[in-house]
Design a protein around this ligand. Sequence first.
Ligand code: ADP
Ligand code: MG
Length: 276
Amino acid sequence: MAPSIEIENLVKVFDGRVAALDSLSLQVEEGEKVALIGPSGAGKTTLFRLLNCILTPTRGTLRLQGCDVTRLSEKSLRELRARIGTIYQQHNLVPQLRVAHNVLAGKLGRLSTARALWNFWDPRPDGDVVRALTQVGIAGKYWERTAALSGGQQQRVAVARALVQNPDILLADEPVSSVDPALAQEIVSLLADLAQEGGKTLVVSLHSVELALAHFPRIVGLRGGKLYFDLPPDQITAELLSGLFTRCEAERGVPERVLRGAVSPVFPLDSPYDKA
Ligand SMILES: Nc1ncnc2c1ncn2[C@@H]1O[C@H](COP(=O)(O)OP(=O)(O)O)[C@@H](O)[C@H]1O
Ligand SMILES: [Mg+2]
């Protein structure tokens, strides 16, 4: 079976200048759970936006579920997007809507416009939404106004919205950076459990290294748009973490001409993988 995510020498350059990702190679098998960590500006969000097909690569290869995203027609790309569920940092819920309708929004990519509209007006509970809300433990909140829910329950609604489309790949970019530590722990373990039960590939970026190490069997460190390490948690040392997070302005936004090899960076990018 093809890997769930295959990235080879992936480069993403913004405005012909800022290299947010620089020759990144990474492979994630189906059902694997990966935590992505790294300093601000490392390229984590850019990687997520490539993985959910919002952005297209500047160079390199990105295959999702065996499909090369740069070679797909608009229609196939839409179908592929429907197989990828994303949970955002600011969970992007509409507070005025009922919980059911926020979750239903996750299904829209898979439905015709007429069917989608009908689902919004249909007073009967939608089976998929009930199932997703049950999975995240808030089935009783189906008809509640989303704004009336606690922060933690709203986070669960956001997870249910991603689950309702029954995705093969679940992506979450800093899903718990704006919640308290106890709730963060709860949501991260919920995501890990759901991915495990459903055999889904899960990639989560986390601000908290502690959470990443506690809940994920594979930790990917990203720095300056490059792979800094890719290791199980028990092999991650304090030195590696300090190297990953040490601030180095020269690594933020390496100019494109540097990437092409025309000019050497002033400070070498010190990823251990560069030396291999
Ligand atoms: N849309 C954009 N236009 C220009 N530069 C961008 C854009 N998105 C990200 N960048 C730059 O790419 C680099 C990586 O950013 P990002 O992927 O947001 O990192 P992280 O999520 O790890 O903090 C940063 O230097 C950032 O300024
Ligand atoms: Mg980010």
